[in-house]
Design a protein around this ligand. Structure first.
Ligand code: NI
Ligand code: MN
Length: 226
């Protein structure tokens, strides 16, 4: 799998040839990185929750490319009213797509939409097909619900977790989260974009290394192969 870090919690994952875009936040991002919204041509866009730092570029990219949005019911309806098609999920539900299975899993956070609309509850995604599987946590606190993931989904190849603290779990809790989801390869995100979430990345890497795990922190715009 090729995983490109766009910025903040934005990733493009090439999943067996299907391009899955997660939480694009380029417009208004103080550290947007080298990848522009116009550079992205996803097949699907997955939005974890309604906050602007996760959905800012969903509508323009979807309208330009025809990509459909996968998110919770309230958010897909909100985009639907803007003329963007989607597939609604809700917590604990999974659905089969041509590229694989997507399960919408619990997150502890909030999810108001930028115009004040109700965005439902926030979530994360587990995506799998043919022995490949990964977890995209979205914004979340550490929660015991993460222990359900290895009970209900295939073994994870990697997990994308927030590590920036303040608005989500910090890296110390993310180490525990990686234990709960039974995964030793973690891609960190949602850090250093704003002053509130600036962290010491060397300490973060050491916290995972001390637990025998790998914390990958790709540069903005960098692609890694897992
Ligand atoms: Ni958020
Ligand atoms: Mn956020």
């Amino acid at each position: 799998m090729k995983i490109t870090y766009i910025s903040h919690m934005g990733f493009m994952v090439d999943f067996n040839g299907t391009k899955l875009l997660f939480d694009p936040f380029i417009t208004g991002n103080p550290k947007p990185g080298p990848i522009k919204s116009e550079d992205l041509s996803p097949d699907w866009i997955l939005a974890s929750h309604g906050h602007g730092d996760h959905i800012a570029d969903v509508e323009p990219i979807a309208k330009r490319t025809g990509a459909k949005v996968i998110s919770n019911y309230e958010i897909t309806n909100w985009f639907g009213a803007k003329g963007v098609d989607g597939h609604p999920l809700n917590h604990g539900g999974k659905a089969d797509f041509d590229f694989g299975t997507v399960k919408y899993v619990n997150a502890i956070h909030t999810s108001g939409l930028p115009d004040g609309s109700y965005g439902g509850n926030p979530g994360g995604f587990v995506i799998w097909k043919d022995g490949s599987c990964f977890y995209f946590a979205g914004d979340t606190a550490l929660t015991r619900d993460m222990e359900l993931i290895p009970m209900t989904c295939p073994k994870l190849d990697f997990a994308i977790l927030p590590i920036g603290d303040n608005f989500t779990m910090g890296y110390e809790d993310a180490v525990i989260a990686s234990d709960m989801v039974q995964c030793d390869v973690i891609i960190g995100c949602h850090y250093d974009t704003f002053p509130y979430i600036e962290i010491d990345t060397e300490k973060a890497k050491k916290a995972f290394a001390d637990r025998g795990k790998t914390l990958l922190l790709p540069a903005l715009g960098e692609t890694i192969d897992l």
